[in-house]
Write a protein that binds this ligand. Structure first.
Ligand code: NDP
Ligand code: 2IT
Length: 449
């Protein structure tokens, strides 16, 4: 249980723990939101009368399915597929799919739960959902990935649709996988239905800026937090963990805003390059060759590769965790603060443990939680849906401008909501409360469904 949960909300959290045994990441994500909601029930007693918190914690629908496929040696492989359609109060379920061996129901539910509030914060008409599989794309051939995606979609297609549920990418799912998934959906349904998936290729219904959007958006969010403090990225030393989609485009925007990223990582270790990470090289290694980040030092001898190292030990002023959940613990957070870190922008979902969050909040540094800071990805997915619906495509400049405005609005909304609820500067409360209220009002309007 949590000492920070209001006594009116505590029995609801206990019920969540009892009903969802073993799903520790889901418990963590729910606890974090529920800790913010006590004062909301005081201002809005109707939310308690309508049992909004209880309903929001229970997914509308959970789908678990078998994904059989044949590997290159002719051996039958079986994975498990998931789609949790969490909440459709504001629009069709929307959220990515994660292909990683660690995926199980508890991870998909934590991601789907956070997605509800994140998507509400974008101000766009999208509900919350998430999916994925315990399939491990590492070491698989191109045709194995294709066969897996085709088998996955052969079950998933019946549950999704442009007005029902619109999946996209997450860890292990990028443009290549979305291509195979879209192709199979089109084939089975005999429909060229662009709006059923986002993150599509630019030649077949994708949006400019979607690839860059999560990283760019996270950097914009940090820029806004720094502006409030009369500061900027200019001259700041930054660390961005991971070296996938979110990390790469976070680093790109940090450079454009005047900062310097000196370290990035993958699950095997991290690179420290005091001259600043060479992003063209990282893109070559990760996006084109799909190799490990360790090969960075083959051509850049001055840089250091630290296998299994802790990237948060490097002093920095801005840290942007962009790999996975719980990658910053209480000790890491204390070290970051001690070494002079003044801002954290979470590109990843729930990358900081509750102990770490406490350290950042108590230190009073600018801390942008994932559901606000990384909302630019899904927001641009919604812009992709808009373009698909109007059979139009926008320029890079226009789309990036829309993304920037959305991130500025999210920042403002979180900042002002934190103030209104008596916790100025606390973006955790701001994001949780603002996101929750929007969904809750819609749920009240719809009656008991
Ligand atoms: P990618 O698959 O492109 O990259 C993931 C990166 O994180 C890789 O460098 C990977 O290293 C590393 N990583 C993954 N799992 C672990 C782990 N268990 N331990 C250490 N490192 C790990 O994924 P994305 O960049 O898309 O996603 C990164 C994070 O951002 C996730 O938390 C995701 O949920 C979140 N996010 C993504 C959005 C998107 O639009 N893609 C939108 C909003 C949030 P390795 O290659 O060694 O596995
Ligand atoms: O966590 C996320 O917001 C994503 N992985 C992106 C979801 C989307 O639908 O673009």
């Amino acid at each position: 249980m949590s000492p920070n949960i209001d006594e009116k909300v505590e029995p609801i959290f206990k019920e969540v723990l009892d009903r969802n045994p073993g799903e520790i990441e889901f418990h963590q994500a729910v606890r974090e939101v529920l800790e913010s909601l006590g004062p909301v029930l005081v201002k809005h007693p109707e939310f308690a009368d309508h049992k909004i918190i209880e309903r929001i914690c229970e997914p509308e629908r959970q789908i678990i399915f078998r994904v059989p496929w044949v590997d290159d040696n002719g051996i039958v492989q079986i994975n498990r597929g998931f789609r949790v359609e969490f909440n459709s109060a504001l629009g069709p379920y929307k959220g990515g799919m994660r292909f990683h061996p660690s995926v199980y129901l508890g991870i998909v539910k934590f991601l789907g739960f956070e997605q509800i509030f994140k998507n509400a914060l974008t101000g766009l008409p999208i509900g919350g959902g998430k999916g994925g599989s315990d399939f491990d794309p590492k070491g698989k051939s191109e045709s194995e990935v294709m066969r897996f995606c085709q088998s996955f979609m052969t079950e998933l297609y019946r549950h999704i649709g442009e007005h029902t549920d619109v999946p996209a990418g997450d860890i292990g799912v990028g443009g290549r996988e979305i291509g195979y998934l879209f192709g199979q959906y089109k084939r089975i349904t005999n429909r060229w239905e662009a709006g059923v998936l986002t993150g599509k290729g630019l030649d077949w219904g994708g949006s400019l800026v979607r690839t860059e959007a999560t990283g760019y958006g996270a950097a914009f969010f940090v820029d806004e937090m720094l502006k409030v403090r009369k500061d900027s990225f200019d001259g700041k030393t930054c660390i961005v963990s991971g070296s996938g989609n979110v990390s790469i485009y976070t680093m790109e925007k940090i450079t454009q805003l005047g900062g310097k990223t000196v370290a990035c990582s993958d699950s095997n270790g991290y690179i420290y390059d005091e001259k600043g990470i060479d992003l063209d090289l990282v893109k070559q290694i990760k996006e084109i060759e799909r190799r490990r980040i360790s090969v960075y030092t083959d051509t850049h001898k001055h840089a250091k590769y630290i296998a299994k190292g802790n990237i948060w030990e490097i002093p920095c002023q801005v840290a942007m965790p962009s790999a996975t959940q719980n990658e910053i613990n209480g000790k890491d957070a204390a070290l970051l603060v001690k070494n002079g870190c003044i801002a954290i922008g979470e590109g990843a979902n729930m990358p900081t443990t509750p102990e770490g969050v406490k350290v950042f909040l108590e230190a009073g540094i600018a801390y942008g939680p994932g559901k606000a800071a990384n909302a630019g990805g899904v927001a641009t997915s919604a812009l992709e849906m808009q373009q698909n619906a109007s059979r139009d495509s926008w320029t890079f400049e226009y789309t990036e401008d829309r993304l920037r405005q959305i991130m500025q609005n999210i920042h403002k909304n979180c900042y002002e909501t934190a103030d209104e609820y008596g916790t100025p500067g606390n973006y955790v409360n701001g994001a949780n409360i603002a996101g929750f209220i929007k969904v809750a009002k819609a749920m009240v309007a719809f009656g008991v469904i």
